[in-house]
Every structure is written in structure tokens, then in C-alpha cells.
Design a binder for this molecule. Sequence first.
Ligand code: GLN
Length: 304
Amino acid sequence: MIDYQNILSSITSNCVSIKDKGKIATYIPELANINASKFGIYLVDTHKNSFHSGDAQELFSIQSISKVLTLAQALGMVGEAIWKRVDVEPSGDPFNHLSLLEFEDGIPRNPLINAGALVIADILVSNLKNPKKDFLQYVRRLANDETINYDSTVAASEKKTGFKNYAAANLLKSYSNLENDVETVLDFYFHQCSLAMTCKQLTQAFYLFMNHGKCQQGITHLTIGQVKRINALMLTCGFYDEAGEFAFKVGLPGKSGVGGGIVAVLPGKYCIATWSPGLNKKGNSKLGMKALEEFTTATEQSIF
Ligand code: GLN
């Protein structure tokens, strides 16, 4: 039996002792106020045993991690038709680059870069009765936690400085790949990104991706085929132009956010989440990546 607790504790003490923790994202002003020395890690396995260390039960802004949850809800509701509007190839570009969108006639490379996530947001806005409320309810149900909520201060802060996302949404609209108003889609998108969650809540919400589409309560939300598609996208596109590096070093499907969170799954075994707000040059948590690399090295388990 692998001693997960011991491994998590020693990774935490290694990581907190590292001086260069990366740089906090400041382009969303509200995120700049976070304490850079926070570090948390949480793991839940298929038998619902959980292990954690550090600040694993503190709320932080999940940002782009939310793109996996909107994709799951859209895929569950609309099915394969969504691939007509968004592709499934890695972009090799930063999360907010727009150049490929012009070259490829308004079809985003994948749903985990901003342009692709905006198309998914548009699909949810079109298909949900009360989009923000219904998406929040979906996340709460997946995680079995009614306390999860948006952080409206973070959403408002991103709205003020979200010029690139306005540009992306307008480009998509110009190619007729947004059905709804730019403002409405962006309002939904800024809210999904503002979700405040802990490492623990993230592992609960992502439990279905390691458990063949069933959440911790045993309810089936996605088919096995849909989970395959989402995990494949996390592996190939979850870390933007660093997806190769994450697969190379960690060897798990996962997703990062500029709030410093990362969540990853080993299908059939466990779901793990880390939080350390400092980012590397590619916008992924510096210590989170290091922690997960140490974790899969120590446990000698990965999808490979
Ligand atoms: N809300 C952020 C943005 O659109 C999400 C980016 C991220 O976490 N990589 O810029």
C-alpha cells in the first residue's frame, strides 16, 4: 500500500521551503491580493479515502479549471454536436492567444483555451434556463457541496480588465460562432472563472473524471466515452503551451488555472488537487507542477 499521507506531507514541506514560488497573476487585479506562500494539496481515492496537507481547505479562485466543468455540463447536455463549433487539438499557444482563431475561421483549437471556453459558455447560455444559477448548481451537485459559490468581486475585477476576452468574444461573434450577446457570454464566463473552491472541493467535483462518469454519490453524469474525451483534452490541452511538459513530468490528465490551482486524475485510482498561487512563465502554478511531478515520481503511478 502506498502511504499517500506521508508523501503529501513531505512534498508540502519541500515546496514551502522553496524561495522562488513564481509570480502571482496580476492582470486580474483582485487576484494580486493573494498571499504567495499559500500551499495546499488534497487527494481522494476511489475508495473515498482522503489525504491532505497544507492549505488544502482554503478557498481560492479556480479560474480556468472551471473550463473542464462547463465542458462536462455542455457535453452532457448537448452531446457530440459541440465539436462542430470547437476543435480538439492542442494550440501550442498561451491560453489567451487569438491569432489561430483568425486563421481557422473562428473555430477555437480546443475548449480549454479562452476562445474555446467562450464557445462552451455560449452553448450553456443557450441551453440553460438560468445559466449562472444552473451551472453553479451543477458544480455543487458534482461536489456534493452546497456552499460552493462565485466570488462576485473577482468576476467584476476580471470584467474591468478582460480586454483580451472581449476581443476573443467579438472575433467569435464576427465568425458567427457565438449565438448570444458578447456581454451575456462574458458575464457567464467571468463568473465561472470566479468560482471559489478549496483543493478538497476540487477533488470532489473532479471525482467523476477518475470514476467513469460517476460522482462520489454514485450518480452518473457522463458516459464512459464522454469522460474519455474530457480526460484526453485535459492531457493534451489542459496546460496550454505547457501541456507537453506536464504530460512529460507528471503523466496525468489535469487542468490549471491562473489562481494557482491544478487538479489532476489517475483514472480508476485517485483525484488530486494542488494550490500555490505563484505561476511560471506559461501561467501554470510553479510549485503545483513541481508537487505533482514529485507525487507521481514517488508513487510510481501515472497513466503511462
Ligand atoms: N479568467 C482567466 C482569463 O480568462 C482564466 C485564465 C486561466 O486561468 N488560465 O484570462
